[in-house]
Design a protein around this ligand. Structure first.
Ligand SMILES: [Zn+2]
Length: 144
């Protein structure tokens, strides 16, 4: 079992609150700095997505710092933006995946608004309530 300490930090970095989250082996890998590495893949609904770093040049060309390609089953997240934005982008793309993976076909602009609302709202709830995240993990069996 891997023991991960999840922290909710304020915008300047100091730890505002923390709680212990236990994650099964293999769920989270640490990078060379000891930070949790971006997952290499995600399963959303019936689909497995490869998660890649979205290159800065591609972001500049497209005007987007994230993408979900439902044809290639790929999610891209820019890592040259601040960590908080990376987290929001990851959630944003995951919610796009939820809409597509579970067959909820919406007008593009409406989906974009809903996904943005859900990602920013969920990120706020997760950030301000790390104990809830630990409790949810426990409820679904992600504990030692
Ligand atoms: Zn979007």
């Amino acid at each position: 079992m891997t023991k991960i300490l999840a922290r909710a930090a304020d915008a300047d970095g100091p730890v505002a609150s923390e709680c212990e989250v236990r994650i099964k082996d293999g769920v989270a890998d640490l990078d060379e700095d000891g930070a949790i590495a971006m997952p290499e893949s995600l399963r959303i609904g019936p689909f497995d997505y490869t998660v890649v770093e979205k290159p800065e040049l591609e972001c500049e060309k497209s005007g987007n710092i994230g993408h979900l390609d439902s044809g290639a089953f790929e999610i891209g997240v820019a890592l040259h933006v601040p960590p908080q934005r990376q987290a929001e982008v990851m959630l944003h793309e995951v919610f796009h995946g939820v809409f597509r993976g579970f067959g909820f076909d919406l007008d593009h602009d409406l989906e974009e608004k809903l996904v943005t609302l859900l990602a920013q709202g969920m990120l706020q709830v997760m950030r301000d309530n790390p104990e809830m995240i630990a409790w949810i993990y426990d409820r679904i069996g992600l504990k030692p």
